[in-house]
Design a protein around this ligand. Sequence first.
Ligand SMILES: Nc1nc2c(c(=O)[nH]1)N[C@H]1C(S)=C(S)[C@@H](COP(=O)(O)O)O[C@H]1N2
Ligand SMILES: [Mo]
Length: 508
Amino acid sequence: MAGLSFPWWLRITHWFNFFFIILLFRSGYEILMSHPKLYWSDDATPGDEWLRVGDEERDTDFDKEAIEGEDLWVAEDEIDPPSALVSLPGRDAVGMGRHWHFWGALGWTVCGLLYVGGLFLSGEWTRLVPTSPAIFAQAWSDLLVYAQLQIPPAEGYNALQQLTYFGVIFVLSPVMILTGIFQAPAFRAHFPKYFDGNRQLNRSVHFIGFVAFNVFLFGHVALVAAHGFWSEMGKIVLGSETAPVELTMALTVLGVAIVFGFAAAATWISLKRPYLTQNTLEIGVDPLLKGLFHQVSTVEDDDREVESEFARVNGRPPRNEEYRRHHEDGFEDWTVTVDGLVENELELSHEDIREMGKREQLTRHDCIQGWTYYASWGGVPLTEIIDRCEPHEDAEWLVFHTLDEKWEYSEEGPFETVDPEVPEYYYEAIRLSKAREPRSILAYEMNGDDLPVAHGAPYRLRIESQLGYKMAKWVTGIEFVEDFEDVGKGKGGWRDDVLHYYPNSADI
Ligand SMILES: Nc1nc2c(c(=O)[nH]1)N[C@H]1C(S)=C(S)[C@@H](COP(=O)(O)O)O[C@H]1N2
Ligand SMILES: [Mo]
């Protein structure tokens, strides 16, 4: 392996790459285990997954009109909380896992761009980019040599190394970045004509890429060992295979200790000081996500004509007396109040709402956990309500209040202790500009029928460029505010407040 140089920028980005890859592996695993099922189709039908970890097959034939349906299960039941040894932060914390994953993805991409920039500026790209198709035949014969436990002779990288490194850097890595971004509901909401983004296909490919990265990582380390571990490490640590072995060893141990020490510290701080961690990780990442995804979507149509056979439910129906009474009365005297920073406060009856005009749409639902389904919705466009109540100029957010007391979290839910500051009822805030998107409606029909209890009867929000947790079900009121700091714990929603630290911008 003569003829290759290992300049400083290559050695430094190699270390950072290792650092970010470990971070991405662990946080990605956390995200995956929040819905450890993979599908090819966005119907995400239970039983149709091509890969399922743990969990039994679930019966889709339960009564969605019942408040306490015996067989009713929700998507949160499907979460398989992973151990903190292999995931970041570990336990049931998809929101936090995503903060780390996005932060890691940004760092890893920047590191990758610096590395590729270095390759081209220095002329070192020739070591990686194959220039003749003969490389495939050569790589095959190199593989046969390795299979006999020998090292193929080569100047610089042998053909197999060159092809693998090229594939990982110029094919696999971009595929990972793109299949990550393509999962964003906001991305799809903006470019439906150019990109009919099948989210499950992207999730599946992203996962296969993750497996490929693991195979590469282990194969890479094994081959480094085969080529002579410490002389190879000498090149990547100190830039020379004749570097003093003791120094190479010391620096290698130090580097690996920093990477794994950081991994342990990241888990510890995430579990101990979640808000601090969240706020810190959002620095830099949040402005980028906002820049990429925050624009208002003017898209009117979706790309499908048929609804999914089964729609998952998340959030169990409320059990409080008030909701039960409404349920018994067929929701007859349920009203939706509109107040806060508005000129005209409203109290809307069913008739009022139905007189305002109706919009029907067939759209895809995207939960933060990763599952999807198609359903059609009918309801009143939020712009109709906004026009009638005339919000003041300083009104920026709409807070949707509900009758959902989240009993499942206070009685027997995953939290051992209930935070006394947790708001009593589920709520979510959305930006006024999002509420004005054509597909933002207060829905009262689903798949051509009245909205079922499990999906939010009698009213639920639909806002199609965001993740599912923003779409409050069992809505009783809309409050216009300047800022959501004084609502609940001030994070912009019930799930944002308490559950796994969901981000309040729910675009990806
Ligand atoms: N009131 C209320 N609304 C809610 C929730 C909830 O727990 N309570 N869950 C949210 C989440 S996380 C998702 S994914 C969607 C699920 O909508 P669906 O049950 O109609 O499929 O509802 C959202 N709206
Ligand atoms: Mo969700």
